[in-house]
Design a protein around this ligand. Structure first.
Ligand code: NAD
Ligand code: GLY
Length: 371
């Protein structure tokens, strides 16, 4: 194992570290013992990750003399639902979780969001550690303490801010990630460059293809760069009153597409964000905030790495711009009845805007439906 990189999320209280490295799972027990001493540990994971990696995590914790309980929930966005949350909380209570326990969220963004939320409401708050297993979770969802589940009325509408005590990102776990999932995570990587780091976009232009083909050094560099950016943003704006809003580039659009499909896997979260980010560039160009050439640069980059640039044609589902708009009006970022959107001035500079009219929005939404 190479020495892991460390990024600190510096907060007024409860600062924590993100450790990033290949094969970190092997030393997870040692790291937890050093930082948290003797605690009862509850690992919560999902079926696929359990089949691939639970043995390795369990072994590492046994070596560090931990007593552990394991709970496995079904994988997939469908697990971010009330009934799964309720079952998980009851399983944890039955297994004897206490206020001084440590819960490990071991999986992708779905597990991180679900388990983080469970930890925040169980016994009025139990400590938890994120061990993210997807690219999306390593660069984004495991960091920053946003937790939650979906409602039939919209994405992530039920949740809390509950920061983890530590994030352990073992980049070797990404070796088994299906290509489509890796690419979906890559969309969030590109997002960081688009909102605040033009130099990183240049690096992705050079290294993006290698990264999505599994090159380890490119992968580690990208995870560390995104975590540094996110840590800095969250340190300044933990509860999303300002700068943190920029991390939602493409998300208000993306959440509308996901809600339109009842959160099934025909469109992954990262794919929805990718198309949503293009729409944000398009809208910004039409409104005169940024040059059309910036939109083209982003589109070409997506084409190069094979990210989607249009909402795909699906059997038995007809997309509708009007329906997207009604989903967007229920987004949690609506303030004083106005949709808060993230627009751009150029690659590397995003800003918040709540003045976009519905007619131009409908035109843009319509332009990205593959017909
Ligand atoms: P996910 O957790 O569903 O994982 C994607 C798929 O990969 C699943 O099928 C899973 O079983 C599989 N998988 C996980 N790890 C694997 C591995 N190492 N090898 C092989 N397969 C593996 O999805 P995701 O893309 O990680 O996360 C998406 C979720 O994250 C969405 O619900 C989204 O709302 C949420 N999210 C939250 C935040 C936040 O700040 N809290 C930010 C971004 C996204
Ligand atoms: N993924 C957006 C945020 O954490 O704020």
């Amino acid at each position: 194992m190479t020495t892991p990189s460390k990024v600190t999320v510096a907060l007024k209280s409860n600062s924590y570290d993100i450790l990033i490295g290949d094969n970190l799972l092997e030393v997870a027990g040692e790291v937890l013992r050093e930082r948290f001493g003797s605690r009862r540990i509850f690992i919560v994971t999902e079926d696929r990750v359990a089949g691939l990696y639970l043995d390795r995590l369990r072994h590492s914790l046994f070596e560090a003399h931990y007593e552990i309980s394991e709970i496995i929930v079904p994988g997939g966005e469908g697990s971010k639902e009330f009934h799964v949350l309720q079952g998980l909380i009851e399983d944890l209570l039955e297994a004897g979780v206490a206020r001084d326990s440590l819960i490990i969220a071991f999986g992708g963004g779905v597990i991180g969001d679900l388990v983080g939320f469970a930890a925040s409401i169980l016994l009025r708050g139990v400590d938890y550690v994120q061990v993210p297993t997807t690219l999306l979770a390593q660069v984004d969802s495991a960091v920053g303490g946003k937790t939650g589940i979906n409602s039939p009325l919209g994405k992530n509408l039920i949740g809390s801010f509950h920061q983890p005590k530590l994030v352990l990102s073992d980049t070797s776990l990404l070796d088994s990630l299906p290509k489509r999932e890796l690419l979906a995570g890559y969309a969030e990587v590109v997002k960081y460059s688009l909102i605040g780091n033009a130099k990183f976009f240049g690096w992705l232009e050079e290294n993006g293809v290698a990264l999505v083909s599994g090159q380890k050094s490119a992968r580690e560099h990208a995870v560390a760069t995104c975590c540094k950016m996110k840590a800095e943003i969250v340190s300044k704006d933990e509860r999303e009153d300002g700068q943190r809003l920029l991390l939602n580039l493409g998300h208000t659009f993306g959440h509308a597409f996901e809600a339109d499909l009842d959160f099934d896997s025909r469109l992954l979260h990262g794919e929805a964000v990718a198309i949503g980010s293009l729409m944000a560039f398009d809208l910004s160009a039409r409104l005169g905030y940024c040059a059309a050439s910036a939109l083209e640069e982003v589109r070409l980059h997506y084409e190069k790495v094979k990210l989607p640039t249009l909402l795909p044609r699906l059997n038995e589902h007809v997309w509708s711009a009007e329906r997207f708009l009604s989903h967007m009006n229920r987004d949690k970022k609506v303030r004083n009845g106005k949709k808060v959107l993230i627009l751009v001035r150029r690659i590397g500079e995003a800003f918040v805007n709540d003045q976009v009219g519905e007619s131009i929005l409908l035109d843009v939404l319509d332009a990205y439906i593959d017909s």
